[in-house]
Design a protein. Structure first.
Length: 200
């Protein structure tokens, strides 16, 4: 995938703002960088937490922000009111599938269980050869270092191939991370990763 093929970036991040101001600052910087580069934001569609922060920054920079929100969240009044486009879907599963369909690359910011669920589903799909889109972690204040250690533990325990020990680009700077994603896929290609009884 070349730079010309990355026109939209899906951002997974918290629906809460977290305890450190640096998380929100990083979300703002990422949104500003996306708008400056003419890259469309694809995300969960909410107006709260880091999700709302990154969308606000994209829109403030004159960029496009596309949200995907399940119908059942309507009652919580979470939908961002100023999005370029909002897709309504029937379930969380449909939400993840639609975001993946709309995006050419993926970035995870700090977040909770939902953020990790979205991130690792995308990584698993890449592992299975279902997509070749670049994936990245915006490692704000070392937030993802314990996660990277866990991935290495899975490699050492024989559950993840060594060639796929780092399936995503990891950078503390939004611009550095976007540069790496625009350079191409981050998951190494394997001819057949499922062999000798190995499983995900």
């Amino acid at each position: 995938m070349s730079e010309a093929n990355v026109r939209s970036v899906c951002v997974f991040c918290g629906s809460r703002s977290g305890t450190r101001a640096e998380y929100g600052e990083a979300a703002t910087k990422l949104g500003t960088a996306l708008a400056r580069r003419g890259l469309t934001l694809v995300y969960g569609g909410a107006s709260v937490g880091l999700m709302g922060t990154v969308a606000d920054a994209v829109l403030a920079g004159g960029g496009r922000a596309v949200g995907v929100l399940p119908h059942f969240m309507d009652a919580k009044e979470l939908a961002h009111p100023r999005l370029t486009q909002l897709h309504r879907v029937d379930s969380m599963h449909a939400r993840k599938a639609r975001m993946a369909e709309l995006a050419d690359a993926f970035i995870a910011l700090p977040g909770g269980f939902g953020t990790l669920d979205e991130l690792f589903e995308i990584v698993t799909w890449a592992q299975l050869g279902l997509h070749r889109k670049p994936m990245g972690l915006l490692d704000v204040e070392g937030f993802f270092q314990p996660l990277l250690a866990m991935v290495q533990r899975m490699v050492e325990a024989g559950f993840v191939p060594q060639t796929q020990a780092l399936p995503f680009a990891v950078e503390p700077s939004p611009d550095a991370l976007l540069d790496r994603l625009l350079a191409g896929p981050t998951m190494p290609v394997t001819a057949k990763w499922l062999k000798d009884g190995q499983q995900t």
